[in-house]
Design a binder for this molecule. Structure first.
Ligand SMILES: C[S@@+](CC[C@H](N)C(=O)[O-])C[C@H]1O[C@@H](n2cnc3c(N)ncnc32)[C@H](O)[C@@H]1O
Length: 272
């Protein structure tokens, strides 16, 4: 198994140059909104889908998690996670999000940061995560916003003097593969509509606790390109099976669904 994109040497080198790659979560502009949505991880078991360098796995251990499994399909990224974020409580495993076996009621928290927009069959992942969560478990994820994945080549339209004019969206209601350019390389992602994502979660039995459209923090606004992140949305959602999902911009009322309580959070963002 190999991730033809993340294992591509040129892409790998460019990815390593990003500030968030060099300095970790504190320099990830979504982190100030994602972090508060984590549940208490003390003595908990945490599964990270698409772990990459393992920043969220390490964070889970720092928060007291007893056991963490990070899965990913890039050899290079997993090697990097061992170098940067190794810990006796963390296992990094070469395994795709589609192929993991998702044992029933095994995990307290499933997190996925900027990986689910690579997945074509999101409903299947939602069903698997729902099964593998213990009752009272949390599903927290951050995914590119549909207005981002529906962006034409996921790029701005430029005017004179390289001025950004607008972010074009097309074929919104045609989900599926999008070929994009990220860090100078051709990257294939999957576009899902907002309805597909949110209704997919609700249909499988999650309850949305919160949905947030993330914005960079004030202290990062002066970084190059960061103000432009205010020109198109990024989204974060948190849901539970029984109650509570938190998002900044869309708030869903909590309600009982079943005796078990599972949570998910969805955090949509751009450019990763
Ligand atoms: C943008 S990175 C995000 C990494 C990490 N979660 C973070 O926030 O720092 C996306 C990661 O998802 C992984 N990935 C993409 N498709 C995957 C799949 N089908 N199964 C497992 N991992 C996948 C890539 O190899 C890459 O490491």
């Amino acid at each position: 198994m190999a991730d033809i994109e993340y294992d591509n040497e040129a892409f790998f080198q460019e990815y390593a140059k990003m500030t968030r790659s060099q300095r970790g979560l504190a320099d990830a502009c979504e982190w100030h909104m994602l972090q508060p949505l984590f549940p208490d991880l003390q003595c908990k078991r945490v599964l990270d889908l698409g772990c990459c360098y393992g920043w969220h796995c390490k964070y889970a251990v720092e928060q007291g998690a007893a056991q963490v499994l990070g899965i990913g399909i890039s050899h290079k990224m997993l090697d990097e996670s061992q170098k940067r974020n190794a810990d006796p409580k963390i296992e990094y495993r070469l395994c795709s999000i589609a192929d993991y076996d998702y044992p029933a009621a095994a995990w307290d928290c499933v997190v996925s940061n900027l990986a689910l927009h690579y997945i074509a069959d999101l409903d299947r992942v939602f069903a698997n995560v729902h099964r593998t969560l213990k009752s009272d478990g949390t599903f927290l994820f951050y995914i590119e916003h549909p207005s981002f994945t529906a962006g034409v080549h996921q790029g701005w339209v430029y005017g004179t003097n390289d001025r950004l004019l607008y972010w074009p969206i097309d074929n919104y209601f045609l989900p599926g593969e999008r070929v994009t350019n990220f860090l100078g390389c051709e990257i294939r992602k999957q576009h899902h509509t907002l309805t597909q994502i949110l209704m997919g979660l609700l249909r499988i039995g999650f309850v949305l606790e919160a949905v947030e459209e993330a914005e960079p923090p004030a202290n990062m606004m002066d970084l190059p390109g960061m103000k432009d992140e205010l020109r198109r949305p990024m989204l974060l959602v948190k849901a539970t099976e029984e109650k509570n999902i938190k998002y900044n911009c869309l708030r869903f009322t909590s309600h009982d669904v079943s005796a078990s309580r599972r949570q998910f959070q969805l955090f949509m963002f751009s450019n990763c």
